[in-house]
Design a binder for this molecule. Structure first.
Ligand code: ATP
Ligand code: MG
Length: 422
């Protein structure tokens, strides 16, 4: 895309009411637009990143489940049936905004914060014999939560994106086998988006679903709101909430010897067991024709939070730094000066890369070099390709890797080769 055709512009200053690093940088670079605390619009560049993250998740989830799309609105009935209408402290409800609207319908709906109440009846409608199990359904969708603290930019939204997967099994053993598979898929996701080496599987409270633990995926990050006890040698962590003497004994671990670090929860997997199947009386017929309760697991990842974490962890004082796998474009062509030759060369390079299917952004604007470079650093695309009278004379472009700052000279064929393998 030509930068002159990009809808957004960068800006020097972050809005004064925005305290989080991720939102400050993403707003300055024109990736997102703030609507209110915890609610953001995704602009062209931001949407590209979010979509890439979601597609990396989708690719892994398609190996272990079927994608569906459930609504954000639901009746209150299923929430009453599980008892969660009165107990979930972030649950929101919506109703017609004025008399005209209320005259049409005065039903008040729940804005779903999670989808156990919706997915369980769907599963029940299709699968009721032991031969139908196991199976898993997932979606990538917008969630609503009445979060108290919404000062963390896209790390904590009141409206945000979630991938939620639900698995269904005949017994606990099968659930646990699937649960281990889901852990592997999560690993692949976090490796894929570039935060794998700082993301640790973390024992956390099982909530009211199980007497055991749930497993969080926690990314070590100063901006995180959680504290984890990290056992690096064994590549495992413990959420502070489970650090008790009783658990130390139960797990035979020594919490005192572990490193305490700030972390942000990017994923969470739960053995739900029979909590929701019981609420909806979701049973299947076993081989003897007897009714048995279905075992369930649920597995969440927040793609918009993952995007925020990438910004928090990888950006530097000049701006954003995107891993190749999620960058909105693979390369940023920056052409300098107003020589016709340079313009022709940049245009030719741009067309060649586009024809080869490389996602490339070309700064075709008439601005000073300093301004273009500052802009380019802020946008954070993995490779900057400078086209100028100097590079024309040298017969090679100046290529700068955003993450490392490494500068190399590349001829057009070397560059296309590099980008084809990037
Ligand atoms: P937290 O403890 O941070 O409030 P949670 O435990 O309530 O999160 P889950 O219900 O486990 O969150 O949701 C699954 C995933 O959805 C989380 O691991 C996280 O990645 C993401 N997520 C949860 N709440 C938010 C939010 N308010 N904004 C953005 N992402 C979120
Ligand atoms: Mg959680």
């Amino acid at each position: 895309m030509r930068q002159s055709q990009l809808f957004t512009k960068t800006r020097r200053e972050a809005p004064s009411d925005e305290v989080s690093k991720n939102a400050q940088l993403l707003i300055r670079a024109g990736y997102i637009h703030k609507e209110m605390a915890g609610v953001y619009s995704y602009l062209p560049l931001g949407l590209k990143v979010l979509n890439k993250i979601e597609n990396i998740i989708r690719k892994e989830m398609d190996k272990i489940g079927r994608e569906i799309l459930m609504p954000s609105l639901s009746l209150q009935d299923p929430w009453k049936q599980t008892g969660r209408l009165d107990t979930v402290d972030v649950l929101m409800r919506t109703v017609g905004a004025n008399e005209l609207s209320l005259a049409k319908s005065d039903v008040s709906y729940v804005l779903n914060y999670s989808h156990e109440e919706i997915v369980t009846p769907i599963a029940q409608d299709h699968r009721q014999s032991y031969k139908d199990f196991p199976f898993a359904l997932y979606q990538i969708q917008t969630k609503f939560r009445n979060e108290a603290r919404a000062k963390s930019g896209i790390l904590r939204g009141r409206e945000f994106r979630m991938k939620d997967l639900y698995s269904f099994h005949c017994d606990e053993e099968d659930l646990l086998a699937y649960y281990e598979k889901a852990k592997e898929s999560y690993r692949a996701v976090f490796d894929g988006v570039g935060i794998g080496k700082d993301t640790f599987i973390t024992l956390a409270s099982g909530g009211d679903f199980t007497t055991g633990f749930s497993h969080e995926f926690q990314t070590v990050c100063e901006a995180g709101e959680d504290t984890i006890y990290l056992d690096r040698a064994n590549n495992i962590a413990y959420n502070k909430e489970v650090v008790t003497e009783e658990n130390a004994k139960k797990l035979s671990v020594d919490f005192d010897s572990m490193e305490q670090v700030k972390a942000c929860e990017v994923g969470n997997i739960f053995p739900l067991n029979i909590k929701f199947s019981k609420a909806f009386n979701y049973t299947y017929k076993n081989e003897k024709g007897e009714d048995q309760l279905v075992y369930m697991g649920c597995y969440g990842i927040g793609p918009s939070r993952v995007m925020g974490i990438i910004v928090e962890k990888l950006s530097d004082d000049k701006g954003l730094v995107w891993p190749k796998s999620v960058a909105p474009f693979a390369a940023h062509i920056v052409s300098l000066g107003d020589s016709e030759e340079v313009k022709k060369e940049a245009e030719e390079l741009y067309s060649t890369l586009v024809a080869q299917g490389v996602a490339v952004l070309w700064d075709d604007t008439d601005r000073r070099a300093g301004e273009k470079f500052a802009d380019s650093d802020l946008l954070g695309l993995p490779l900057r390709v400078v086209v100028s009278e100097k590079t024309l004379a040298a017969g090679a472009y100046e290529c700068v890797e955003r993450a490392s700052g490494t500068t190399t000279q590349k001829t057009q064929s070397e560059l296309t080769d590099y980008l084809a393998h990037a």
